[in-house]
Design a protein around this ligand. Sequence first.
Ligand code: HEC
Ligand SMILES: [Cu+2]
Length: 387
Amino acid sequence: MSFKSLKTIKDKLGLTALLVFSGSALADVDPYVGNGATYDFPDPVTPLARTALNQHHESFWICVAIAVVVFGVMIYSLFAHRKSRGVTPATFHESTTVEVLWTIVPFVILAVMGASATKSLIEYEDTSGSEMTIKVTGKQWYWVYEYVDGKNTPLSKKGKVRFESHINADHKKASLNNLDVTKIKNYLVDVDKPLVIPIKTRIRFLLKSDDVIHSWWVPKFGVKKDSIPGYVNSTWAYVEKEGTYRGQCAELCGTYHAYMPIVVKAVSQAEYGKWYTAQKSGAGKVKIGTSKAALMKAGEKIYATKCAACHQAEGQGLGKTFPALKGNAMVNGPALEHITMVLKGKGAMPKFDDMSDAELAAVITYERNSWGNKASVVKPADVKKAR
Ligand code: HEC
Ligand SMILES: [Cu+2]
C-alpha cells in the first residue's frame, strides 16, 4: 500500500485529529503527574515511592540489556549465517555446555532481580518505627479518617479526630448530568475535606472496610493498599515535601466507585499541630441549628452525600432494591420508627449511628419534609432518646 493511500485512510478516520486532541487533553487533566511529562511516572514524594520507581527502572534496564543481547545475536545470525552464503545448520543437540548455560544464566538474572525486589517488598511491609497512626476506612463511596495515636494525637477516645471525606459534590453532579467538565480543576479528584498530615513524619496507615473491598491509592506516595472487610491492612508513608496529593479508590467497588477520590494535604509539623488542636476542639465542624429551616438546609446536604446514592436525588428510589422515600409510609409516619430505621439500618440499608444527633435530626427532618412529604420535624433530642 502506498503512503498516499495510507494517508487518505488516516484522514478519513479522523485519526490525526484524534491524536492531536487526546494529547492536549491528557496534558490538562492528569493531576497525578507533577513533572509536566504525562507519559512518565509521578514524582515520588516518599521513600517508598522512590523505591518503587528505582525498582521499576532497575528491572527495566536489565530487560533492555537482555533484549539487546538476544536480538543482537539473533539479527547477527540471520545476517551472517544466511542460506545464500551457503552456511549449513549447526547442531547443539545434547550439548552439555548449552544446557548448563541456559540453566545458569536465567537463574543469575532471576537472583539479581529477585534479591532487589525482595528488599523493596520488605521495606513496603515494614511499618515499624511509625510516629503516628491513621485509620482509613473505605465505605460505599467515601473514606473515613481517624487519627488513632501519635504526635499531637492523644490516645483518649474523647476528642479523637475522626471525619469523612466525600467527593466534591459539584464534580459528581457534573459527571452524573453529563455537564461540560473541561473547566473543572482536578475533576473527580477533589474532596470536601482532605486528610491532613505532617511532613517528615513516619505515618502508619491502617486500612479497613465497612462494606466491600476498596483500595487506598495515592500515586505520589507509592502507596496502593486494599481495604478489606474483616481484615486490617497496613502501609506507611513519610512525606518529604509539603503539598496536596491526590488519588482514588483503586478497586472496583460498586456504582459510584469513580466518585471516591483521595486528597491528602501534607503540611509542616507546626501547621499540623495547629490544625489538629482546632479539629479536636470541634472547630471546622458544621454547627446545625434546631429550627426547621436550619435542619432542612443541613439535611439536604447530608442527604445528597449519604443517602442519594441509593434512594436517589429526588427520593424516588431505584428499582426493587432501594425503596422510594417520596410518599413513603414510614417517612410520613411516626418519628420513632423512622429514626430507628436510619440509626440501626436493615438488610442493605446501612446503619448511620456514627452520625451526630444533630446530623441525623437534620437528614430525617429533610426526608420528612421534601418531595411532597409532610411529617413532623425531628429534633436532635428525639434522636438522642431513640439511640
Ligand atoms: C447503600 C444503600 C443505602 C443508603 C446509602 C441509604 N439507604 Fe435507606 N434503605 C436502603 C434499603 C435497601 C432499604 C430497604 C431496607 C429494607 O426494608 O430491607 C432502605 C430503607 C430506608 C428507609 C425505610 C423505608 C421503608 O419503606 O421501609 C428509610 C427511612 C431510609 N432508608 C432512609 C435513609 C437515609 C436517611 C439514608 C441516609 C442517611 C439512607 N437511607 C441511606 C438502602 C440505603
Ligand atoms: Cu471504593
